[in-house]
Design a protein around this ligand. Structure first.
Ligand code: AMP
Ligand code: GLY
Length: 498
């Protein structure tokens, strides 16, 4: 297993349950994988080190957790050496590695997704944003010699109109004012700066995305022109994502309920996993910044059998076929991030790996042998597999370091995990933990925090409410003073959240 998060711990834990798995190694793993399987100190980016290890140990199957090694072609390298590895090759991993590639492929295949445009330069993107519809009426007021009433369709037209009335260099044209009318509401401004500021605050629903991998941070959901121009500046001018920002996508903002579907595929057969729902915002009631995921539950009542069928027919089957036609056959797990809109499900993004923390709740409910399923994908015989699921719902609560997703401290001790391990139908997957040996020899190694998301406290229950109770009971029992978690995971069946 390549990786070191909660997803990888859950995969290790499940793979080890297979009667055919003699030893499971995790590279580099965390304190949790050290307890359940065997850690190897090789980083996911060390292709050569991983290859040597797999050869030396005669590893029967390598499973890739995170997207970076896939985007760098680890599957191609292993396959060239005749080693079995679960995950898509580099060219198929572009589905996540390049949002432009993914959008173009979706458009070609007729897969429902938000309308979009691709930009290669900052000025072009700015021009496009400023030419979006705003519909304002600009009038001169006060001591103006000319009486203007200018109907402006776009932000740039509005800016021009303002500067025809007010002198931009003086900042103040004595006695002259500009009035801007928006849907019957009128506001009066004395300076170009104030009037421009008002225009930039006009609402708009656009989402800006850096093309390449940006550790989940390259997406800006913008509510007004200022935010959209700011995003262009970050991505294309300041280039905070480097080359990942060579190209920029501007797409329409979709409204609805967000959910994701994961499916195994060997390029011919598709086997969907049970549905799950994650919580992206840091704080209760979906407040605060976006994170990698603060909790999840499975199944989600929104994903009815009929919806699942629609997603397979309209999205999963066409994308797998489109990849095959593009001569980039996909083997691995496809994760479709969806917005359930009034016009049906639309794709926000594809990932080419298991979701984190969705995998934790899904695997908690998997009864079948995961090793069998993953090998069937690698060997192209997924048609021989059907998966059995525990009907009981599962919930995972992410305990994160205080400050996450911003700055946080590491090395805070985590205690009482043994007691939690004794609870039935509860499993604590480790995400950002490590073992630290105490000062002085002979002291036992302690488990300390080593990342933003630290633990995924996961539980089953006969109802969603019971699973939630179990998970929170266990989370409360963990002693980790440097941490916090959301209190509303799986509340109200998850149906109240967006
Ligand atoms: P992505 O990495 O493309 O899934 O984007 C990250 C997050 O941004 C998603 O989980 C959504 O919450 C949001 N998002 C992305 N694209 C859109 C869109 N077209 N409309 C609304 N929200 C979006
Ligand atoms: N939880 C979102 C993801 O894995 O991308």
């Amino acid at each position: 297993m390549i990786g070191k998060g909660g997803r990888e711990h859950a995969l290790c834990w499940k793979l080890k349950q297979s009667s055919r798995a003699t030893t499971v190694f995790c590279a580099p793993g965390n304190a949790g994988t050290a307890l359940d399987v065997q850690n190897v100190a090789i980083e996911p980016g060390d292709q050569r080190g991983l290859l040597q290890f797999a050869r030396r140990e005669g590893i029967g199957l390598t499973v890739v957790g995170p997207e970076e090694p896939l985007a760098k072609g680890i599957v191609d390298v292993f396959q060239r050496e005749g080693l079995r590895i679960f995950g898509p090759r580099r060219d198929a991993a572009e589905l996540e590695g390049s949002k432009v590639f993914a959008k173009d492929l979706m458009r070609q295949a007729g897969i429902p997704t938000a309308d979009y445009r691709v930009f290669r330069s900052g000025p072009d993107a700015e021009h496009y944003i400023l030419s979006r519809e705003v519909s304002l009426v600009v009038r001169s007021r006060g001591r103006s010699t000319i009486r203007h009433t200018l109907h402006c369709r776009t932000a740039s037209e509005t800016m021009e109109a303002i500067e025809r009335i007010l002198d931009p260099r003086e900042m103040l044209s004595p006695g002259v004012q500009v009035e801007i009318e928006e849907r019957g509401h009128r506001r009066v401004f004395d300076t170009v700066a104030d009037a421009r500021d008002f225009v930039l605050g006009r609402p708009l629903g656009l989402v800006l995305k850096a093309d390449g991998l940006a550790a989940g941070k390259g997406v800006y959901v913008c509510n007004n022109l200022r935010q959209a121009l700011d995003a262009v500046n970050q991505i294309m001018v300041r280039r905070i994502f480097g080359q990942a920002g060579d190209r920029l996508i501007i797409e329409e903002r979709l409204d609805g309920y967000e959910t994701s579907i994961q499916a195994l595929t060997d390029g011919r057969t598709i086997v969907a996993l049970e549905s799950s729902q994650d919580y992206k915002r840091a704080f209760d009631h979906d407040e605060g910044p976006n994170t990698g995921g603060m909790g999840a539950f499975s199944p989600t009542p929104r994903v009815t059998p009929a919806l699942m069928e629609e997603v397979e027919r309209e999205i999963l089957v066409p994308i797998v076929h489109a990849l095959k036609r593009a001569r980039r056959p996909f083997r691995g797990v496809i994760y479709a991030g969806l917005m359930l809109t009034n016009q049906g499900p639309k794709v926000l993004e594809f990932n080419v790996r298991f979701g984190d923390p969705e995998t934790q709740v899904v695997l908690m409910r998997l009864k079948s042998d995961l090793l069998d399923a993953l090998e069937a994908v690698v060997d192209g015989r997924l048609d021989s597999i059907s998966l059995e699921w525990d009907a009981r719902p599962s919930v995972t609560v992410v305990i994160a370091s205080e400050g996450y997703p911003g700055h946080y401290e590491r090395d805070h001790p985590i205690e009482n995990l043994e007691a939690v391990a004794g609870l039935s139908d509860v499993k604590v997957f480790h995400a950002g933990t490590t073992l630290r040996s105490g000062p002085g020899s002979g002291r036992e190694a302690r488990i300390v925090s080593d990342g933003g998301r630290v633990l995924n406290v996961t539980a089953l229950g006969s109802t969603l409410a019971e699973a939630r109770e179990h998970a929170y009971e266990a989370a409360r029992a963990v002693r980790f003073p440097g941490g916090f978690y959301r209190r509303d995971i799986a509340e109200r069946d998850g149906s109240g959240i967006r």
